[in-house]
Design a protein around this ligand. Sequence first.
Ligand code: PAF
Length: 285
Amino acid sequence: MKIIRTLYDMTEFRIRQRDLGLSVGFVPTMGALHEGHLSLVDKAVKENQVTVVSLFVNPTQFNNPEDFEKYPRTEEEDFKKLAAAGVDAVFAPLAEEIYPEGAPEPKTYELGSAAEVMEGKYRPGHFQGVARILDILFRLVDPHRAYFGEKDFQQIAVVRNLLKSEGLKVEIVACPIKRAPDGLALSSRNTRLSDEQRKLAPEIYQTLKYSVEYSKDHSVMATHDTVVERLDAIPGMRVEYFEIVDARTLQPVDEWSESDWIVGCITVFLGDVRLIDNIAYRLPN
Ligand code: PAF
């Protein structure tokens, strides 16, 4: 497995693959890899002749500097996991390489209304930061396919809008959420939970699952409120938002009949650790 640190070396690697006419799968990550990331990597390795993974904790997508500082960094272990998974190249640049001093002011990306709700509302600037790094990475790696986890459900919709507005041709492959046996969605941030918080965290998914049953004979509003009330009642837990939305537009729905694809997206704080998850209430046939 090749470890690439510079834009120049990444471009050179990519040109070689292109000359050979090989299909390239790309998994962008911020490192601290867990089984969720590795499931994306496995799929990329199976579906492409070459797999590239990026490891970069992208400063421009963190609206909270403390969250950025505390974000787990485990580069050496990540390299070992990726080599064992059969990855061909890891792009792990320094921040100065991606955002050199004196670089022109970033542009504002056209990300549509999907970027304005939920994460867009609670983390101002977050999706512009995600768009900025993915614009750089997509142009550099120039993949045929890019793999994203559905835990970040909204991010996938925003990335599709980015591709459209930037005229980039990459097939987005959305992969199901990986969960711990007790239901907690795998996340790099889980390593920051104390033992006590880790015991409480599965309640997020258990409550979402319960709410799917509950929704069968209750309104959207009642389902929303029951989720928020149950989780807010757990000491140390605070729901930042829970929104029941049309999965295509990410705009809130008032009635179950409004769409054939409806998802509930939640963000919960356990202490200062911010966890996200989602669940489908309606799925298209
Ligand atoms: O989902 C993530 O880990 C990040 O938002 C991404 C896509 C790697 C961009 O930094």
